[in-house]
Design a protein around this ligand. Sequence first.
Ligand code: UDP
Length: 477
Amino acid sequence: MAQGHMIPMVDLGLLLADRGVSVSLITTPFNASRIRTTIDQAREAGLPIRFVELPFPFAEVGLPEGLENIDAATSMEPMSAFFRATSLLRRPLEQYLREQSPYPSCIISDLCHPWTLEVARNLQVPRLTFFSICCFTLLCIHNIWYYKVYDDMPDEHESFVVPGLAERIEVTKAQAPGFFDMPGWEKMAEEVREAEFAADGIVVNSFRDLEPIYIESYQKAMQKKVWTVGPFSLRNKSVAAMAARGNRASIDTDQCLSWLDSKKPMSVVYVSFGSLTKMNPSQLMEICLGLEASNHPFVLVIKKSETSEKVEEWMAAGLEERIGSRALVIRGWSPQVMILSHPSVGGFMTHCGWNSTLESITAGVPMITWPHFADQFLNERMVVDVLRIGVSLGVKEPTYWGTEAGHSAVSRDDVERAVRNVMDEGEEGRERRLRAKELGEKAKEAMEEGGSSRANMTHLIEHYTRHAMESMESNGD
Ligand code: UDP
């Protein structure tokens, strides 16, 4: 239950419902409250999707009420209780599913819920693991584990080449930790791996033409079907759907669109670092100064958790006046997909969370990459080395989630240089933009009639419908 997992899962549920599949999307009251508009839109459209709210068991694990999403935590401290509480949803989920007639034909469950394996086994229902992560990164994580690369690597900053890949990809252990690969989380890491191996198939938010070799290799490595059915964000076509995605936007969408309309095509840099990273005030100021020096108009998203009097006073003391209408600062939740798909946006400074990365690819927008933790450094390699549609800010050290870097990892000069580079009118910039545009076209084609993701979705639905009918017949139902 984090935005980077919930948002694509909701999109996936809606995509299935669009195809006439009856969907129960399991969530909790606080998380459902954030997407109330999306729920209402689905109801008004008469889609066969039900949003099931299971009460979150705070009290049982001693969590404060309201901590139902990882972005509500300010440190790693409550995380072990959080995941314990999540796994306690096993019983109410099983009970809910048992009450359905007929039983569901399959469960699609996020990688962070390995406990659904037992639910699926108890109900004798197939279970698919869902990743909003590309197959390139999944394969890297798998190969590092499979070839036991870390067994003999005392220095987590030593760089190595990921084994078994078509391309030469260099990372360090600190940059490519694997899922829950942290001291104290060994059991969870093992359960996640077991649930991935035990899954009947894997659903991935990616598309064939983005990474054909990596999809095939990952499928081979896992020895099971990998269904690439994305990019999911394309499900949100109207401004209303984009603005309601994940949370209510903190800015009036008309105001945001008219600001974007007032800018030249491909001139704006969009700067946002997902839902979990936390920039300290001095780093935010460095970013602002670098953006100011780049001379490009920009949209900067400052999360609620990052807002501070220090930054506000500093901005009011000069920056706002100097920059004027060249900048749009969003404090809180940004309608990201709406902004990225606007023709005036020409670059995205991102932390390389896979959803943001794929949303940028889908919009045909090249990236300035600044990974922080988890899978983000590997996603950066995908963007910069494999797809060649990004410029790296050169950050090598992870900033762990729940901690705030005490220093500025990136200087204003680095920001200015990277922005100028990605927005560059010269040969290199033009070619990068062209590659990004081509991928954006392919992303859209994948989701259209006759496209690979649409066809995969059809096969997935047919496969599990047939499987459910056969089970019912053999049970004599
Ligand atoms: N997002 C958004 N508005 C914001 C911040 C994030 O719409 O202000 C969305 C973004 O479009 C993406 C998701 O939240 O779909 C973040 O997922 P990602 O994998 O990029 O990063 P994470 O937040 O998991 O680090």
